[in-house]
Design a protein around this ligand. Structure first.
Ligand code: NAD
Length: 325
């Protein structure tokens, strides 16, 4: 039986993930869904944000649907998101940004770079080690090349090799692999690339870059489609896969029934596509389009519908009574 772990996490994760879970349940009632409670809320209640047992539970799932987790900027608090990505070795973070005239996938390295977790804070100095390995770079660029091969076949390498030696290393390995694979490629400095993606999004197909640059570039690119409430992502490794909105736990709007559930719904669609159900993925996307074209939208994209109302309309479009719990 296909088993889906559901991690609502913190903040608006508790609002948007139930909508996405119900869409999955509607299309696949035969799947088994089981909750895994990790995050800052869990830490506040128990002093432990994520136990070894939670990681083991996630590893028993065929796929994980994940909301977002609050990471408080506290010296001794270890990021649960980073721990899960490392423990499940989810090295490729695919973030599609798609509009009427453009269709981009940002492929972000997800396990090393500036998010290596090797850091320390002293009284007068703080350091974070930016680790870029050959193995890590080869596998992410190969994932990006495979992705480009299923699309328009064009790879752009984003880096800051003019300043960072670790990015000279990253860029050169990416170019080596692109040449070997015979894929069309170019490379750009990440700062210029961020502006160019906004000005000429149609010029891009697949963009591969390091961890923090991919994180920032995808938030910036979400501007092209209406903001963070709309952009999903897939975190893929060789054994495990986790699907989550690009946005975080959004504490400023949590509990207000105003979060946009589209990114979570699209993450559920990516989850289905990854399990081989392309038709289910298309049905979720079509239901979202139907609701948007009927004029029902959440506040972040100019409407007045609440999370539950918008979610209910999407579920209704998917063929069910619009009762969102
Ligand atoms: P955020 O993405 O949570 O929010 C940024 C802005 O976008 C906020 O104004 C928020 O209201 C808005 N927004 C986000 N999602 C929205 C939605 N679905 N609908 C409407 N508006 C939406 O980023 P942040 O404020 O920088 O971070 C908040 C917390 O989330 C932090 O603790 C951060 O560490 C965490 N975070 C977690 C993840 C993750 O779990 N993968 C990712 C990013 C941030």
């Amino acid at each position: 039986m296909t088993r889906i772990a559901i991690v609502e996490g913190d903040g608006i994760g508790h609002e948007v993930i139930p909508v996405a879970q119900q869409a999955l349940e509607l299309l696949h009632h035969e799947f088994e869904y089981f909750p895994v409670d990790v995050g800052y809320g869990r830490w506040e209640q128990t002093g432990c944000p994520c136990a070894d047992g939670d990681i083991s539970a996630l590893k028993t799932a065929d796929a994980v649907l994940f909301g977002a987790i609050t990471t408080p900027p506290m010296k001794d608090y270890q990021s649960v998101v980073l721990r899960i990505r490392k423990a499940l070795d989810l090295y490729a973070n695919l973030r599609p940004v798609k509009g009427d005239s453009f269709d981009i996938v940002i492929v972000r390295e997800n396990t090393e770079g500036l998010y290596s977790g090797i850091e320390e804070i002293g009284p007068d100095r703080a350091t974070t080690l930016r680790v870029v390995t050959r193995t890590g770079t080869e596998r992410i660029v190969r994932a990006a090349i495979r992705c480009a091969g299923q699309r328009r076949g064009k790879l752009t390498i984003g880096h800051k090799a003019n300043v960072l030696k670790s990015d000279v290393f990253f860029r050169d390995i990416c170019i080596e692999e692109a040449k070997k694979a015979g894929v069309t490629y170019n490379d750009k400095f990440i700062d210029a690339l961020a502006l160019d993606v906004l000005q000429h999004p149609q010029a891009y197909d697949v963009i591969v870059t390091t961890n923090i640059f991919g994180d920032i570039l995808s938030d910036v690119s979400s501007y092209l489609v209406g903001g963070l409430g709309l952009v999903p992502s897939a975190n893929i490794g060789d054994r495990y896969a986790l699907f989550e909105p690009v946005h975080g736990s959004a504490p400023d709007i949590a509990g207000k029934n105003i979060a946009n559930p589209i990114a979570a719904l699209r993450s559920a669609a990516m989850l289905l596509a990854n399990l081989g159900d392309q038709e289910g993925a298309v049905r979720i996307e079509s239901a979202i389009s139907t609701v948007l074209s009927s004029g029902i939208m959440t506040r972040d994209i100019g409407g007045s519908a609440g999370t539950r109302e918008f979610g209910g309309a999407v579920l209704h479009a998917l063929g069910r009574d619009p009762a969102v719990r």
